[in-house]
Structure formats: C-alpha cells, structure tokens
Design a protein. Structure first.
Length: 463
C-alpha cells in the first residue's frame, strides 16, 4: 500500500468487481484505491464498498497437515489425541499421503483411519511420489482404489513433495515432469475420480521452479510451501524483490510452474524450536497464536485456494527446543493445545456456517485513523445475513534475527457503518487463543482499538 504523508486524508475504494477478480485469480491482485484532495486533518480514511465472501467458504479454505500412517510418534495416539483434537479444532481438510506400498490395502491401519475421519466430515488431499532410488513411487493405477478406501473423501491428489530436496533422484526435473503428467492423465482419464482436483508438485525455490518449467497443463491448482521464517504473514518480504512475501511466492515460485492456475499452500507456518541453530528461524508459541488466524485470513484474501499449516502435532518430544522438525505442531507432543490451536479453533467455531450456497451481500463502511498503514480487513457473511468483519494490524510481533518480541501499540480506529446497523458484537482473541465477546451500541460509528491480534465484528443490518 502506498505511503501517505501525515497531513493528508487518503481514501481507498475497494469495489466488489476488483475484489472478485483478485480472489478468483488465485494470486495477488492490485488494490483498488483513490486518493482524495489533501487536507490538514492529520487523519487517513479507508472507505470501502465490499461484496462479502461466504463465511463458510473461508472455513473450507482451512486445512492441516497430518501423518496418520505414523504409529511410533505422536500420531500413534490416534484414538486418544489425533481424532478428538481434529474434531475439536473444527477443521474439514487434511493433507496426507496416497500410500500404495505392498502392505497398503483397504484394511491397512492408515486407510482405516482415513475412513474413520471421513465419517466425521474430514476430506483429504493426498500426496503422490515420483520414483526414487529408495522407492518405486506411487502406483497411479491404484488411485481410484484409494478413493474408495477413503470412502470417497479424497478431494485432490497432489504431485511430489519438494522434489528438489530429494537426494534419491539425481536429475529430478524430467522425472517430475513425467510423474505430474502421469498423475493428471490418470485422474482425468478415470471416470470414478476425474472430478477430483490435481495439485502440482511443491517447489521451494525460484531456481528450481524455473528449472522445472511450465506444467500448468497437468494440474488444476499450483502448489506452494511458503514458510515465513519467524516473520508475520503479511510481510512485504526480507530480500530482493520482496523475497518471501506471498506476492513474491506467487510470482517467482508458483507462476513458472502453474502459470495462471489458482494456488494452494500445502505447507506453511512456524516452528517453536527457540534454541535451534537451523537457518529456518523459530517463533514463540504466543506469537504463532497471533499469527495463525492472520495467516488464514491473509491467504484467503490473497486468493489462496486452501491453506494447510504444517502440522497438527509436534511429532516427537523435544524439551531442549533445538529440533525444528519436531516443533511445528498446533499441538504439543503430549496433545495439549498451543495458543495457535486454540485461536484457530475459536475462529473456525465463530465463522462456520454449513448449508446451501447463497449469494452474499455487500456492506459500505469507513475506517478512520491517524495512520491506516498495515490495517487489514476481510468481510465475510453468513446465511442469516450477519456480516463478520475481521480487522487487525498486519505488523510483525517478533524479530526473528534478534529473537525478541516486538511490542505493537494498539491503534485507535473509528469504524463508520450504515445507519441501519444499531448494534455490533466484538470478538477478541487473547494470547492464549481464547475468545471473548462484547456487545456494543452503534450510533453511526464505533471506536475500536486494533492490535496484532485479529478482531471480529458481527454486524447485521436492522439489528
């Protein structure tokens, strides 16, 4: 967003058509804005006329990574931790593997677990593998069987995971190109599963994406693994050309492989191994609790098809907090919730709205503050007509290099609403992820204090 001199009133108008274009393109679209004449008031305004998105579409955009086939790590506690916590979380989508080994059948433990979760409404994105020196890769002829083994709860099959890091393949580019084409043609050529989405391989680096080249003809959606390395999800980046930001990831990692196809983030998030020496920098649990709801909303706003944070639970105990791979979970290794789990659960619980599709309405509102920089907002609506306006400051709460918390001062913001709105319920999240609500009278406007934690306002015309 353009910087604004402190003695100007600046008005941004986000029109419904521009927002729809941005969200449907699967990438970062331009922000629509219009500058007003200079003024000496020292305040800035953001005046918007926004067509809401369906709240339940947002819920459907949220997933999580699991390892249901692991029996000797935290996932071994399937009945006592994994399934109950997934139900509690309220998530509808998980990312796991399309297992086609010699011991993988409908009756194997892994697919029993998949069917058990399918029965409570969970759907699957399953990763396929290219052949390597260590294994023969996915048997694509079994994909329709896998669909049945999961009681038809598979919604997508995904290409190989991070192939440029696979030491079992010396020349991975032609292998991946062949594997992705085979995956796509197998799925689309099979009457039972041709309706399923095919997601491309997950590529980590710009150079690898350029080496692999355009595979958009063999996927329905592109794929990103966009980890933030201790930084906030709205970060403008931390290198050349905005390196690391969502905009950079779309342009330099996704687009060379998936072209203009929509993109899914099949891995993202933060780890809590504060004593790691790995170059992947850590983030404390408390800060991830602030960032996780922001991540989901930001990705949704930017057009990400679905976002799967990595991962549900810390796989192994690591009291020393020095192994980053064992500290990505929303849950600690013993199954207790981290703040990110609790915040995500409460956000999903507030916004869920299952049922028949509907056409959401629009809302005119104005935000006024001494500084509108980093003010983020997402407008959702439920079937009963209630709008849910998410507001937050997209600022960093943590310095990953100094390993210190950044205090983000609250910012006074005035929200001006149509006169047909008489009351609003304000929902706030704490640093433990707990949610509290306060009902407020609206006399044309509301005085709010925005922070680096997401705030939700439930507002309904005529009430």
């Amino acid at each position: 967003m353009r910087s604004v001199a402190p003695n100007r009133i600046t008005t941004w108008k986000a029109f419904a058509s521009a927002i729809a274009l941005t969200l449907s393109a699967g990438g970062c679209g331009p922000e629509s804005h219009e500058d007003s004449a200079p003024d000496e008031t020292g305040v800035e305004q953001m005046a918007l006329s926004v067509t809401a998105r369906r709240a339940d579409d947002f819920i459907d955009s949220v997933g999580v990574n699991t390892h249901l086939g692991y029996t000797n790590r935290a996932y071994g506690a399937y009945s006592t931790i994994i399934k109950p916590r997934l139900q509690e979380l309220g998530i509808r989508h998980v990312r796991d593997s399309a297992k086609t080994g010699a011991n993988d059948t409908r009756d194997s433990l892994y697919y029993q677990r998949c069917r058990d979760l399918a029965a409570i409404g969970i759907r699957f994105n399953l990763i396929t593998d290219m052949p390597t020196s260590r294994n023969s890769g996915t048997n694509y002829a079994l994909l329709d069987d896998i669909y049945g083994w999961c009681d038809n709860a598979v919604v997508s099959f995904e290409g190989h995971n991070e192939p440029e890091l696979d030491e079992g393949v010396s020349d991975w580019v032609p292998v991946i190109r062949t594997a992705q084409r085979t995956l796509f043609e197998t799925v689309k050529g099979n009457a039972t599963i041709k309706h399923l989405r095919v997601i491309g391989p997950s590529i980590l680096k710009e150079a690898a994406a350029n080496s692999l080249g355009d595979l958009s003809a063999y996927m329905d959606q592109g794929n990103l693994h966009n980890y933030y390395g201790g930084r906030n999800p709205e970060s403008a980046g931390w290198g050349n050309n905005g390196f690391g930001s969502v905009t950079w990831q779309f342009k330099y990692v996704a687009s060379p492989v998936s072209g203009t196809k929509p993109v899914t983030s099949t891995e993202t998030g933060w780890h809590n191994a504060l004593n790691t020496t790995d170059e992947h920098k850590p983030t404390p649990e408390k800060i991830v609790g602030r960032y996780m709801p922001r991540l989901m909303l930001w990705h949704f706003l930017k057009g990400m098809g679905r976002t799967y944070p990595y991962e549900l639970i810390d796989e192994l105990p690591n009291a020393e907090l020095n192994q980053h791979e064992f500290n990505f979970g929303l849950l600690r290794n013993d199954g207790t919730p981290k703040p990110a789990f609790t915040a995500l659960k409460n956000m999903l619980g507030l916004l869920k709205d299952p049922g028949a599709s509907f056409t959401p309405g629009s809302l005119d509102y104005t935000l006024t503050a001494s500084n509108m920089g980093d003010v983020r907002n997402v407008l959702l609506q439920k079937r009963d007509g209630t709008f849910y306006l998410a507001l937050w400051l997209g600022k960093p709460s943590w310095d990953p290099n100094a390993k210190t918390e950044i205090t983000v001062p609250g910012r006074a913001v005035t929200l001006t609403l149509p006169t047909t709105i008489k009351t609003a319920t304000v929902y706030t999240l704490s640093d433990t992820g707990d949610m509290t609500s306060t009902k407020k009278t609206v006399a044309g406007s509301l005085a709010l204090t925005l922070t680096d934690r997401v705030m939700f306002l439930a507002i309904k015309p005529g009430i």
